[in-house]
Design a protein around this ligand. Structure first.
Ligand code: FAD
Length: 440
């Protein structure tokens, strides 16, 4: 399909649909986005609670390709590492990578608004209050709740974890689909600026209170507040279900998140008024049917523990754009290559994100984990091309997720052997690093 006057429909003006529309409009396609909700820019939807996200290399690379990297980075707060808060409130900082490497805290609403406005500036039409309910694959026709039907030459489902396009695909033969909820959910809480108007915590870190089965995290906002997220089991002895009264909340935070408590003035209200949301992983195959394709969370919903959902969705757009340059048009060869590249990568980052919950809520507090990071840092300094720590491959490189996952497993097996050596805590500097790298 040549770009000349070809009409593309995109379901969803979220982060991925809005960015995808810019890539396609720049290539000369006539793009219309259909969004279920009203226009958040008019409704003032982000005037209330700020919710933020970690933006890293893959996302930035895609934004750079449409000329938006600098503009977005102006409203980002760099987070070069994790700040771990122990039960007593003692702090320890763990850098994410090398000097100069950081992830970026960015406002979800602010970024979404910017992308929608940029899309419109490139001639994209966004039709709000259009909830898609059904799709005809061959004619790329979307059927909306209001009775409208709109056909196009090609249609993308960028309509999130509960995608209408994917639901339509699920009703067809030989469509593979799995979804899995984890036993924890999450609740967002606000940590406003202090009485002096300062950040309550160091703004240049992603704060974690790792507590084994659960954790609290906090990411900074430009208005000097933090958005805190409690990841917590739904049911059980220590769970959302078990915390029933304001006193329960107070006692729980006093015993587990003592140093955060003074900075959470609305905790007791927010705990009961803010929603408790669930966390899902979705995998499916194929992503393409007739003249339609899935992208972003619609294709691969992830749990948020690697901070990669949006980054992976932005990378989908980047890769699709590269394929468009290679193939010259949206055609079967391009679509086959899109699936061949992105389905394994979507599955790999889904696995990695599930694993990282354990790392964040538990392992970061373990001295052996800290030692492993030190040894891997040394290996990376000595052999920068051969030994790249998994977190670095995922967050600060554009290694394919599937390759990072496979290499990460190999590295972990080697590190397990290294860490099992007697008195490794005292002797690690004397390790034969050449020999260790040789095991790869
Ligand atoms: P969405 O953002 O879900 O957008 C989908 C859009 O489609 C929405 O606007 C929706 O209204 C619209 N829509 C839905 N159904 C229809 C329909 N039937 N018809 C028309 N429109 C429809 N990712 C990161 O990279 N870094 C992070 O730090 C990070 N933190 C996260 C923290 C939490 C708690 C969660 C839950 C997620 C986090 N993510 C993070 C993941 C990230 O939010 C998602 O990957 C990202 O929002 C996906 O973008 P999307 O556009 O594909 O989907």
């Amino acid at each position: 399909m040549d770009s000349q006057k070809q009409r593309i429909s995109i379901l969803g003006a979220g982060l991925v649909g809005s960015l995808l529309s810019i890539f396609l409009a720049k290539k000369g396609y006539s793009v219309t986005i259909f969004e279920r909700r009203s226009d958040m820019r008019k409704a003032g939807a982000i005037g209330g609670r700020s919710i933020n996200l970690a933006l890293s290399r893959r996302g930035l690379k895609a934004l750079e390709a449409v000329g938006l990297k600098e503009k977005v980075q102006e409203s980002c707060i760099p987070m070069p590492g994790r700040m771990i808060h122990d039960l007593e409130g003692n702090l320890s900082f763990q850098p994410y990578g090398k000097e100069g490497q950081f992830i970026n805290s960015v406002s979800r609403g602010g970024l979404n608004e910017l992308l929608m406005s940029e899309a419109e500036a490139h001639g994209v039409e966004i039709r709000f209050n259009h909830k898609c309910e059904e799709v005809d694959f061959d004619t790329a026709t979307a059927h909306f709740e209001n009775g409208e039907k709109v056909s196009a030459d090609f249609l993308f489902g960028a309509d999130g974890a509960f995608s209408a396009l994917r639901s339509a695909m699920q009703k067809t033969d030989r469509f593979n689909y799995t979804q899995e909820y984890i036993s924890a959910g999450y609740k967002e809480l606000t940590m406003p600026p202090t009485a002096n108007g300062d950040f309550a915590l160091d703004p240049n870190a992603l704060h974690i209170w790792p507590r084994g089965e659960y954790m609290l995290i906090a990411l900074p906002n430009l208005d000097k507040s933090f958005t805190c997220t409690l990841f917590f089991p739904f049911e059980g002895k220590i769970s959302f279900e078990a915390i029933k009264t304001e006193d329960d909340v107070q006692q729980f935070f006093e015993s587990k998140f003592k140093d955060a408590l003074p900075f959470l003035p609305e905790l007791k209200t927010e705990f009961f008024e803010n929603p408790t949301s669930s966390l899902i992983t979705v995998r499916c195959k194929p992503w393409v049917k007739g003249n339609t394709a899935l992208i972003g969370d619609a294709a691969h919903a992830l749990v948020p523990f690697y901070g990669q959902g949006m980054n992976a969705g932005f990378e989908d757009c980047f890769v699709f754009n590269e394929l468009l340059e290679k193939h010259g048009a949206i055609n079967p060869a391009l679509l086959a290559e899109y699936e061949a590249l992105r389905i394994p990568d979507g599955n790999a980052i889904a696995d990695l994100a599930l694993y990282n919950f354990i790392e964040m809520r538990d392992k970061v507090a373990d001295p052996m984990f800290v030692l492993q990071k030190k040894i891997e840092k040394r290996l990376n300094e000595l052999f920068p091309k051969k030994w790249v720590p998994l977190y670095t491959m995922v967050t600060f490189s554009d290694f394919r997720y599937s390759e990072a996952h496979a290499l990460g497993k190999k590295q972990q097996a080697i590190m397990d052997q290294v860490l099992a050596q007697p008195n490794i805590e005292e002797n690690w500097e004397g390790l034969d690093f050449d020999e260790i790298v040789g095991r790869l």
